[in-house]
Design a protein around this ligand. Sequence first.
Ligand SMILES: *[C@@H]1O[C@H](CO)[C@@H](O)[C@H](O)[C@H]1NC(C)=O
Ligand SMILES: *[C@@H]1O[C@H](CO)[C@@H](O)[C@H](O)[C@H]1NC(C)=O
Ligand SMILES: *[C@@H]1O[C@H](CO)[C@@H](O)[C@H](O)[C@H]1NC(C)=O
Ligand SMILES: *[C@@H]1O[C@H](CO)[C@@H](O)[C@H](O)[C@H]1NC(C)=O
Ligand SMILES: *[C@@H]1O[C@H](CO)[C@@H](O)[C@H](O)[C@H]1NC(C)=O
Ligand SMILES: *[C@@H]1O[C@H](CO)[C@@H](O)[C@H](O)[C@H]1NC(C)=O
Ligand SMILES: *[C@@H]1O[C@H](CO)[C@@H](O)[C@H](O)[C@H]1NC(C)=O
Length: 407
Amino acid sequence: MHEIMRMLKSLAQSSWWLLWILTFVKCKIPEIHVTCLFSEDCVLPCSFKPTGNFEISWYRQDVLLLNQSQQDGHQPHQPPRDQNAKMYLLQDQLSRGNASLHLSKCGIKARGRYKCLVNSTLGQQELFVITKVEAPIKMVTMKNNSNKEILCLSKDVFPAPRVQWFTLPKNNDLRPTTQMVANSEGLYSVQSKLNMSKDIVTYICTVNSTYGTQSWRCSLQERELTTEVGQHLSIPCNAPEKLQHFLLTWTFTRANEPTNILSYDSRTRQTINYWGGRAKLLQDQVQMGNGFLQLEHPMSQESTGTYTCTFSGFQSRHVVQTHVNVSSRAELQTALDPAGHSAESKLNMWPIAIVVAVVVVAAVAALLWYRKRRANQRPSGGRPAEEMEAQPMKTYKTPENLPVDNC
Ligand SMILES: *[C@@H]1O[C@H](CO)[C@@H](O)[C@H](O)[C@H]1NC(C)=O
Ligand SMILES: *[C@@H]1O[C@H](CO)[C@@H](O)[C@H](O)[C@H]1NC(C)=O
Ligand SMILES: *[C@@H]1O[C@H](CO)[C@@H](O)[C@H](O)[C@H]1NC(C)=O
Ligand SMILES: *[C@@H]1O[C@H](CO)[C@@H](O)[C@H](O)[C@H]1NC(C)=O
Ligand SMILES: *[C@@H]1O[C@H](CO)[C@@H](O)[C@H](O)[C@H]1NC(C)=O
Ligand SMILES: *[C@@H]1O[C@H](CO)[C@@H](O)[C@H](O)[C@H]1NC(C)=O
Ligand SMILES: *[C@@H]1O[C@H](CO)[C@@H](O)[C@H](O)[C@H]1NC(C)=O
């Protein structure tokens, strides 16, 4: 008997819960998420069954934005749409049960929780639209400044993005300083700085959007190259992995004035060459991401400067700056040996040194042999006079201290 009562009780309890959950699900006000692009038009959806009389009201954070009513299919006092209005409903859509709210040229203040309320003969209907506004990352650039810092820059981004640094070789103790400054429209400018370090070859900066819609990756590599006047030069530059389509550009900078050398588009496989026959890429190599520049003319001192190779692809920018120094042979030699002796003359000293060493060893051996012979000739116990003279001050008290004749 008790068992049955308990079973009934628990059954009643579980069905009560089921009912409660069903009610909750049924009554749960639908929520829609919309991301609007900054300064573009945006539509917040809201649909209803258009029957008889109805009144539409839109709220943002519980503040009435606009309302409109319609009786018996007529549109009583339809105001002509103000072309400058920040928000409006489309009248022809309204009679079809589409009460979507149009926002024109969204600013960041347009974000928030909107409510569409439809009051009709069928009852009340509510819908929430959670609206975000995003100003996507359009560009990320990197450069080094004279303070031995690497900068990673972006601007007009909303919300504030996330910046992260990596280096090659890997360094886990990077301490970048990142600044985000909002302009009058609320868009952020990003500047992240990292101190340059001698043992780091490549600096990589990633900038991710807050909503995870974008992930930009930029890198900067600095190299030095010294060559001699009259030589031909090929400057290496490889695309990063996973770069599908890219635009490759080579520029030359001397005294802060950049000039284009050439550019290559991997989609069209076309090269635009501004330097004519003086520079070229290898067509079959460049398509695979091997973008080394071949300078066809003999190098002169005017070729000294910075050769910048840039691979740009989808949300990616990879820069290699090669500082090329073209020197005359004389300059190169003084650079190698500042004291003025050339490396060649150092090499020529070796045979002389060996001869000198052999002569010295032979002379010492001859001397030793001569002294031994003399020692063997003189009577035992006696000391040669010249040896006594060489050590006049020494007195020998103990047998251990007695000098042993080396000869
Ligand atoms: C809009 O709402 C206001 C305040 O609730 C009300 O006075 C007005 O009559 C409404 N207008 C329309 C067209 O429904
Ligand atoms: C409602 O109208 C908007 C334009 O105001 C349109 O973009 C949207 O697709 C329409 N929605 C439906 C369900 O017809
Ligand atoms: C909804 O409409 C009914 C009549 O259609 C009206 O009595 C009621 O006040 C309206 N409610 C709101 C919140 O507008
Ligand atoms: C960037 O760094 C290189 C050396 O790593 C230097 O030669 C060059 O002048 C730097 N650029 C600027 C703008 O300071
Ligand atoms: C970067 O270098 C500057 C100047 O050399 C120094 O004052 C600063 O502390 C360094 N920052 C970090 C994070 O090491
Ligand atoms: C940025 O996005 C990339 C790719 O989605 C991810 O691997 C990386 O961890 C993200 N970085 C941050 C700081 O969120
Ligand atoms: C170029 O190299 C020469 C010798 O190696 C050196 O004397 C000169 O200072 C270098 N010039 C530049 C701009 O680095």
